[in-house]
Design a protein around this ligand. Structure first.
Ligand code: RAT
Ligand code: ZN
Length: 397
């Protein structure tokens, strides 16, 4: 497996004397174009599924979580508001009544700045007028250009009704957007995927029977042909165990892993999320827990023909992940996910990974849910890399 983001200039840097390294690194990092390997963005063909513009930026669930810390408004009342009213309430609470100094609020300020829009205005009308004047397709190219991103990988769940109908209507090939086949509805314990599979004509049951495994493998084969995904992916709780004598354990072992091998796809495991500790705040209500990475050890050791892309959500699991990556070459750590995607933690985690793995990992993905977020998320990633890499190269010469 070849890591993508941190490769490209070592020989040049080795030939430089120490004092030129920071500048050379900065130039290389700024000039590099990125493939954003995990986002929640959508190609224009998916219509309304693709989120963009000021109201979506301001109501990003990272900001909603912060809003409820400041506002007296109950979540129940907030969910009754229109998107625009929600954005107005958040703008007032986080940007006018308080200082926008958190990572998520600074991100909105950075996007406004990037488009030359006012950052201290009492309302969002000018920003709304600007975004209304854009068409999504052309705007995507502009935004990717500003972020230095050539393409992004979407998150595509073949059991999600809205997605299924978009795919069934035919999705034009768009080289800016690649697919990833997301397995959360199939593998997560909260979901009941069987009626959804049956509705698509796959006769699977909740007992993990042989017939069921065959049906799920047919489901994968059909969706791989339709989506042409770059990888399969699933987010998993901190309590994730493998092997596990449950239906999920069986589906993973007897359907997911063999299909990944058959189609030459890595499996992305995003481990450590504790879903809905506060359901009142919906998407913002998920938390984190330290996972037992022996499950990962078992997967890497027992399935050497499978490749695993792995991100762990807990800061406490990061060092262990690096150690496992040194043991198993079929394990590729990627990104600083969700609550880790803050400059101080990205810096710490990336430094640790460079020290333990050299450039053999994927430094970052944006996880953007709203198109324009790639601008600030990749800008911040480049800034952090420009700080870390000169130190690493400086110590190497
Ligand atoms: O970072 C996020 O936006 C989270 O809500 C999740 O979507 C997470 O990234 C995931 O892919 O499960
Ligand atoms: Zn995500």
């Amino acid at each position: 497996m070849k890591p993508s983001s941190v490769q490209g200039t070592p020989r040049i840097l080795r030939a430089l004397s120490v004092e030129y390294i920071p500048r050379a690194v900065q130039e290389a990092v700024n000039a590099a174009s990125c493939v954003d390997m995990h986002t929640h963005l959508y190609a224009p063909a998916f219509g309304k599924l693709g989120l963009w513009g000021i109201d979506e930026l301001v109501t990003y669930h990272y900001l909603e979580a912060e809003f409820f810390r400041f506002s007296n408004m109950t979540p129940e009342r907030y969910w009754q508001l229109s998107k625009q009213q929600q954005a107005d309430a958040i703008w007032q609470a986080l940007f006018l009544d308080n200082s926008p100094i958190s990572e998520a609020t600074r991100g909105v300020v950075a996007v406004l700045n990037a488009f030359g829009l006012p950052v201290n205005s009492s309302d969002l009308s000018e920003a709304r007028a600007f975004f209304r004047a854009q068409t999504y397709d052309a705007h995507v190219s502009d935004v990717f250009g500003m972020a230095g991103v050539t393409s992004v990988v979407m998150t595509n769940d073949p059991l999600d009704r809205a997605e299924v109908s978009a795919w069934m209507n035919g999705v034009d090939d768009d080289p800016r957007f690649r697919a990833a086949l997301r397995l959360d509805r199939l593998l997560r314990e909260w979901s009941d995927p069987w009626p959804l599979l049956a509705a698509q004509g796959y006769d699977a049951d909740d007992r993990g029977s042989e017939r069921s495994m065959k049906a799920i493998r047919r489901f994968f084969a059909d969706w791989c042909e339709r989506m042409r995904p770059l990888y399969m992916a699933v987010s998993l709780p901190d309590a994730f165990q493998f092997p596990e004598e449950t239906v999920r354990g069986r589906v993973l072992r007897e359907a997911v892993l063999p299909s990944c091998r058959e189609f030459g796809l890595p499996l992305a495991l995003m481990i450590g999320v504790r879903r809905q500790v506060n359901p009142r705040i919906r998407l913002a209500g998920d938390a984190v827990g330290k996972a037992d990475l022996r499950a990962l050890e078992k997967l890497c050791a027992d399935f050497p023909e499978n490749r695993f892309l792995v991100s762990v959500l807990s800061r406490e699991n990061q060092h262990e992940l690096c150690v496992y990556a040194r043991k198993f070459s079929n394990l590729m750590p990627f990104g600083c996910w969700w609550f880790l995607n803050n400059p101080s933690i990205v810096e710490e985690v990336t430094r640790e990974r460079v020290e333990m793995l050299g450039p053999s990992f994927i430094m970052q993905h944006s996880d953007a849910r709203v198109l324009e977020q790639v601008i600030y998320k990749w800008k911040n990633t480049r800034r952090t890399l420009s700080k870390i890499l000169p130190e690493a190269y400086g110590l190497a010469v």
